[in-house]
Design a protein around this ligand. Structure first.
Ligand code: DX5
Ligand code: ZN
Length: 219
C-alpha cells in the first residue's frame, strides 16, 4: 500500500491548525513530524510543545522523525505526547535494538532512518526489528532541497532485502520528492512518500489531490 505523508516542516506555523484541518479532510492518513536538535543536523526545528498541539488538533498517524543525537533520551516523552511512530537514525544511536524495542513496548511503530552517505547495508541488521525503513533522499536538516539520485539504488536494495525476507516492512523516502520523481521512487520500491514543500507550498488541498491521484495511477 502506498501512502502520502506530508511533512509539517514546510507548514506555515502561524497557520498550522488550519493547515492540519485541510490535511485532515483529505484522504491522507499520516503526518510526518521532523524533530531536529541542532547537533545531529545543523538546524533546530521544533519539539515537545508543537507535537503536543499537533496531537490535540488531528487524529492522523503522527510519524515522528528524530534527527536527534541519542534519540533514546526522548522516546518516553514523545510517545506520551502522542507520537504513533518514532524513527531513529542508524547514525545517531548506540543502543538501536534496545530503543526500537522500547518504542514497540510503548505501542509505537518503529522506524530506522539512514542518511544519504551511509551505505544501505547498515540498515539490514534492523529490518526484522522495525515497521519501516526511512531512506533519506536529501541530507537531513532542511526542507526544499533537491533529490539525490544515488538514492534510487538504495531504495531498490532495501526493498529487495525486505522482500527476500518476506517482511511486512514499509520503505519511506524523505526529501526532494516532487511529482516529477514520484513514479521512479514508487517503481524502485518506496511506499511511504514524505513531501514537505511539494504539499505545503501553494494550494495544499489541490497538491494533495494531485499527488494522491498520481499515486493511484501508479499503484
Ligand atoms: C528534511 C526533513 C524532511 C523535509 C522534506 O531533513 O526530514 O521531512 O520536510 O521536505 P521537502 O519535501 O521539501 O524536501
Ligand atoms: Zn523527515
Amino acid at each position: 500500500m502506498n501512502y502520502l505523508v506530508p511533512s509539517i516542516l514546510s507548514a506555515d506555523f502561524c497557520e498550522l491548525g488550519t493547515q492540519l484541518d485541510i490535511i485532515g479532510k483529505s484522504s491522507v492518513e499520516h503526518l510526518h513530524v521532523d524533530i531536529m536538535d541542532g547537533m545531529f543536523v545543523p538546524s533546530i526545528s521544533f519539539g515537545m510543545p508543537v507535537l503536543e498541539c499537533v496531537r490535540k488538533r488531528t487524529d492522523l498517524f503522527l510519524d515522528v522523525h528524530m534527527m536527534v543525537e541519542r534519540p533514546e533520551r526522548y522516546v518516553d516523552e514523545f510517545m506520551r505526547l502522542g507520537a504513533d511512530g518514532i524513527t531513529i537514525h542508524v547514525e545517531a544511536c548506540d543502543c538501536i535494538y534496545k530503543t526500537l524495542e522500547h518504542i514497540r513496548s510503548l505501542g509505537g511503530k518503529r522506524g530506522i532512518a539512514i542518511n544519504p552517505e551511509t551505505p544501505i547495508e547498515h540498515a539490514f541488521p534492523y529490518v526484522e526489528h522495525v515497521d519501516m525503513v526511512l531512506v533519506m533522499t536529501v541530507h537531513p536538516g532542511f526542507g526544499g532541497q533537491s533529490y539525490i539520485p544515488e538514492c534510487y539504488d538504495k531504495i531498490r536494495s532495501i526493498r529487495s532485502e525486505i522482500n527476500k525476507r518476506g517482511l511486512p516492512v514499509d520503505v519511506e523516502i524523505d526529501g526532494g520528492v516532487r511529482l516529477e520523481n514520484l513514479k521512479r521512487n514508487l517503481d524502485v520500491g518506496a511506499n511511504m512518500i514524505v513531501t514537505g514543500s511539494a504539499v505545503f507550498k501553494g494550494d495544499i488541498e489541490n497538491n494533495i489531490k494531485v499527488f494522491l491521484s498520481r499515486m493511484k495511477q501508479e499503484a
